[in-house]
Design a protein around this ligand. Structure first.
Ligand SMILES: [Zn+2]
Ligand SMILES: [Zn+2]
Length: 221
């Protein structure tokens, strides 16, 4: 005997019912998933990264990923197709979701408005304010080590830039100073370059009741 939906009276065709309801009535009676109607994404105008430090990118795929990260359901999301419409500052993400509900495939459509707000990230605002936590002092042992020191300084700066930033690099009488936004990244760079160094710390100020330090790593090359 064919099933009849107790809600709308529709007769089942091709084994499509979910429990005793037709797919339409089942999904109107059950919350199949949760997804916010609107989302806000903060993007740094200087580097283009979101607050979590990842690039937002201009591609639809990346934006859809940010939205799908908010998808919550007790059912399996088998796949989804996303389309992005740009309307002014906002982006409309139109989703076609394929869910598996009690062993049946159910297609749902969702619409999420993503508001893109611009705010400079910590890394960029620190960089532009000249903030730094550490200085790597590369010092020449012999008079002819200059080019070696220059190479080490630029490699150290590159390594630090991967995770932090280098507000400036200064030449001194007997070497080069590489300023680093992060003390731990400066130290990691020194280890990567296999340099021996002496550490000194100086209090540079207070922030919210905590002492701030500036670390100097002095390496003789
Ligand atoms: Zn029905
Ligand atoms: Zn930034």
């Amino acid at each position: 005997m064919k099933k009849i939906c107790p809600s709308c009276g529709k007769t089942e065709e091709e084994n499509e019912f979910i429990t005793s309801f037709c797919p339409a009535c089942y999904s109107s009676r059950h919350e199949l998933y949760r997804l916010p109607h609107t989302m806000e994404i903060t993007v740094c105008p200087s580097c283009g990264n979101t607050a979590s430090g990842e690039p937002l990118g201009s591609s639809e795929k990346q934006l859809a990923k940010h939205v799908i990260a908010k998808f919550r359901s007790e059912h399996e999301l088998k796949s989804y197709v996303a389309k992005v419409d740009k309307s002014g500052k906002n982006r409309e993400v139109l989703l076609e979701l394929l869910l598996i509900v009690h062993g049946k495939e159910v297609t749902k459509h969702a619409n999420v408005t993503v508001r893109v707000t611009k705010k400079q990230c910590t890394k960029c605002s620190r960089r532009s304010s000249g903030y730094f936590e550490a200085i790597i002092q590369l010092r020449a042992e012999e008079g002819n080590a200059k080019s070696k020191i220059e190479k080490l300084a630029s490699t150290a700066a590159e390594l630090i830039e991967e995770k932090s930033f280098v507000p400036r690099v200064e030449k001194t009488v007997n070497g080069i100073d590489v300023y680093s936004g992060s003390a731990s990244e400066a130290q990691k760079a020194l280890h990567a370059l296999k340099l021996h160094y002496a550490i000194s710390k100086k209090q540079s100020g207070m922030k919210q009741g905590k002492r701030l330090y500036r670390t100097t790593f002095c390496a003789h090359v």
